[in-house]
Design a protein around this ligand. Structure first.
Ligand SMILES: [Zn+2]
Length: 101
C-alpha cells in the first residue's frame, strides 16, 4: 500500500503531502491521485471508500467545503453530477448576494 501522508488545514480541510496533484485535461479540476497495486484512484474517493464502502454507481463525491483538493472524508458526500452542479450554482448565487435563505 502506498504511503499516504496527510495534513490538516485550520479550516478542517485535509490535504495530501505525499502525492502530486493530477490536473485533468480541461485544466480546471485537480485531484490527488494514488496508485495501489497498479490501479489508479483519486485519493478522496479512495479514502472515502475505505471508510464507507463503495461509492454508489453514477454518484460522485461532492465537497461540502468547496475545496476540491480537500480529502477530508467528513467534507465529502455522495451525490449526482446534477446535484453537484445545482450545489455549485446555489453557492455561486450566495456569493453574488442572491442567497435564497
Ligand atoms: Zn474540506
Amino acid at each position: 500500500m502506498s504511503n499516504i501522508k496527510l495534513g490538516t488545514l485550520n479550516n478542517g480541510c485535509t490535504y495530501c503531502l505525499s502525492h502530486k496533484v493530477h490536473i485533468r485535461g480541461d485544466g480546471r479540476r485537480a485531484y490527488y491521485r494514488i496508485r495501489i497495486k497498479g490501479k489508479r484512484y483519486y485519493l478522496h474517493r479512495y479514502l472515502w471508500e475505505q471508510k464507507f464502502g463503495e461509492i454508489p454507481k453514477g454518484k460522485i463525491l461532492m465537497h461540502t467545503c468547496d475545496n476540491v483538493l480537500c480529502v477530508n472524508i467528513d467534507h465529502l458526500i455522495p451525490g449526482t453530477h446534477k446535484e453537484n452542479m445545482a450545489d455549485m450554482k446555489s453557492k455561486g448565487r450566495t456569493r453574488n448576494g442572491y442567497s435564497k435563505k
